[in-house]
Design a protein around this ligand. Structure first.
Ligand code: ZN
Length: 280
């Protein structure tokens, strides 16, 4: 097992989430990320929107790569941000593995999940997760949907996923679990591929930060993209720590309501993570 220079905590988390990675694979991966970002910047410098929207697009690209690097996203899952220039639109990639997303892949959608300018590009089937959450949560400006593996046991058992350490404080006394069968019946496709299903999921999320999707994954919401990426990562970490605490046996001393309400500075981890994916 080799250590990735400078990645600290992420190395340890990466070893939890992924098989050991060779130094060659890491080097190639970082080089590819750098090349893709540079190529995207050169190719699309003339067409990218300016200002806040351009920054949001960059954050989606980097956030997607960070979450893929942590193993929270794999070949599936997606990151979105509310369009800073139009609160009735959100920005998300065309259907593509998150680790491969570039700025040119980001598209605008209305909150019903209709692409504003599809140009024949394939769309994520589960884009309704994002639009329906933005509809009912004006405080939410970014959403992540993942198949975060550590949360699955908490969606299929009676054990709630609760805040067990400070970085998981936003989970509170337990993330709600959404059951697709209540809306789609027994014969369902396990995907949130309609507005009706997205609306049902958003209702279960309520005013919270995370909703678990039984036998599927989770949806994570936040006031900005950096915070939402932070929450998606630490939802996975919290789940694994809670499983370890359960394995030790006995009652678990979870965070109380005051500890759950702590504020969180996400700038430092974000700046670290973006360097680790080669985004400078
Ligand atoms: Zn999914």
């Amino acid at each position: 097992m080799t250590a990735r220079p400078g990645s600290g905590f992420a190395i340890r988390l990466g070893r939890w989430l992924n098989p050991p990675t060779s130094r060659l694979q890491v080097s190639l991966g970082t080089a590819v990320v750098l090349a893709l970002l540079a190529a995207s910047a050169q190719t699309h410098a003339q067409t990218l929107p300016s200002g806040a929207a351009a920054a949001a697009i960059e954050d989606i690209v980097i956030g997607s790569r960070i979450l893929a690097d942590f193993g929270v996203l794999d070949g599936f899952g997606h990151v979105s941000a509310r369009d800073p220039d139009n609160p009735d639109h959100f920005l998300m990639s065309r259907s593509l593995a998150p680790a491969l997303v570039t700025a040119d892949d980001i598209m605008a959608f209305d909150l019903d999940g209709n692409a504003i300018d599809a140009r024949g590009r394939q769309l994520f089937l589960e884009r309704f997760i994002h639009g329906e959450i933005y509809k009912v949560r004006p405080d939410v400006n970014a959403v992540v949907h993942s198949h975060s593996p550590g949360v699955i046991p908490f969606g299929v058992t009676e054990k709630p996923l609760r805040a067990i350490f400070h970085n998981g404080h936003f989970l509170g006394d337990g993330a709600p679990v959404w059951e697709i069968r209540k809306t789609a019946g027994e014969k369902n496709g396990m995907l949130v591929n309609t507005s009706e299903l997205g609306k049902s999921l958003a209702q279960t999320l309520g005013a919270g930060s995370v909703v678990l999707m039984r036998g599927h994954g989770d949806a994570v919401a936040g006031p900005d993209l950096k915070t939402t990426v932070f929450r998606a990562i630490y939802t996975e970490v919290n789940a694994r720590l809670q499983m370890q605490a359960v394995a030790l046996g006995g009652p678990i001393n979870f965070l109380n309501q005051y500890e759950q309400a702590k504020s969180q500075n996400v700038d430092r981890p974000w700046d670290t993570w973006r360097k680790q994916v080669g985004a400078g």
